[in-house]
Ligand binder design. Structure first.
Ligand code: ADP
Ligand code: MG
Length: 317
């Protein structure tokens, strides 16, 4: 029972109206929205990959952010975690804390959220709805064949480091939101507002990549997690980083060359592959460095190798 209620449309009416439109798509979903729990059935030989990500107003997004984009991004960042493990998404739960019931806001939010869910055949199987400061949480569930999940702890010295897509465009999008002027601002803003989870890439990397992570908090910090958990080091090749013309122009203008290494929100995959397996790679990606047995992260900039101390975003620090 809640301690206070604020809703003109009841909690149940709201759920019914905005979140029960979907038809069930996955055999894993035995019971969806409406009871105290959803019920899932996990096929033999598979493991359930489970992840949660929360987005808080004024921390993860600006007050007044477009609700359709928020719905998309909230689901995308969760699906991105499944992608990085090589899991195929099947279902999600959605916990909404809303300051008030704004039907226009909810309509647009549900549209962005459910359109992406539809694209990846993800069932919305439950959630929670409460009043309070705007806070959006998803728990996402996916399937991965037993023992085949891509983890952070399995990089090996000698592995090549690869990433999908481009680096730093979402970071540039954030700079634009904060007032930086850029010629190609639409593309950069789109990368910040509407990330695409790399589900297909994650699936194609199963059995090929040694270690994998999604780039949510910046390459230096996220690759740092692989290095720590795998007890290895790495050297990144500055000239090999996939930087868009807009990001290169930003670096030229400002001298801020570390932005693409520390900015978050790209939601591309970074992974390691042994040289023998490189020929099997069937995803669009760029080689950006190598895993070494010497601990720590280094950057080779025009032949000059320097330790890279930059860290990703951390709450509470
Ligand atoms: P309980 O009080 O038993 O936790 P609720 O009243 O919170 O149940 O929710 C009723 C049903 O609606 C449950 O099946 C729950 O999973 C679902 N639900 C609640 N909020 C959401 C939401 N935002 N999105 C999807 N399903 C929701
Ligand atoms: Mg509840």
């Amino acid at each position: 029972m809640p301690v206070s209620t604020a809703a003109p449309l009841s909690e149940f009416g709201l759920i019914q109206r905005f979140f029960t439109r979907q038809r069930v798509k996955n055999p894993t979903t035995c019971l969806g929205i409406g009871d105290d729990c959803a019920l899932m059935s996990i096929p033999d030989c598979y493991e359930l990959a489970v992840t949660t990500d929360t987005m808080v107003e004024n921390v993860h997004f600006f007050a007044g952010a477009a609700p359709e984009l928020l719905g998309h991004k909230l689901l995308a960042v969760n699906l991105s975690d499944l992608a990085s493990m090589g899991a195929i998404p099947v279902s999600v739960t959605l916990a909404l804390t809303l300051p008030r019931v704004d039907e226009n806001w909810l309509t647009a939010f549900a549209k962005g959220f459910l359109a992406l869910a539809e694209r990846y055949s993800v069932d919305l199987i439950g959630g929670d709805t409460t009043s309070g400061p705007l806070t959006l949480t998803v728990q996402a569930m996916g399937l991965v064949p037993k023992g085949r999940a891509l983890m952070r702890s399995t990089a090996k010295p000698g592995d090549f480091i690869y990433m999908t897509g481009f680096l730093g465009d979402a970071g540039l999008g954030l700079k634009i939101k904060q007032g930086y002027i850029c010629a190609n601002s639409d593309a950069a803003l789109k990368r910040f507002n509407r990330p695409d989870p790399q589900i297909e890439a994650g699936l194609a990397l199963r059995g090929i990549a040694h270690a994998c992570i999604d780039l949510s908090d910046g390459l230096a910090g996220d690759l740092g997690h692989i290095l720590e958990q795998s007890r290895v080091g790495a050297c990144l090749d500055w000239e090999a980083l996939p930087l868009s013309e807009s990001v290169l122009a930003y670096i030229n203008d400002t001298g801020d060359w570390s932005m693409p290494l520390v900015a978050g929100d790209d939601y591309e995959l970074c992974f390691t592959v042994s040289p023998e397996q490189v020929g099997r790679l069937a995803v669009g990606c760029r080689k950006i460095g190598v895993i070494e047995s010497q601990l720590g992260l280094r950057l080779n900039k025009s032949g000059n190798i320097q330790p890279l101390e930059v860290k990703g975003f951390e709450h509470f620090s």
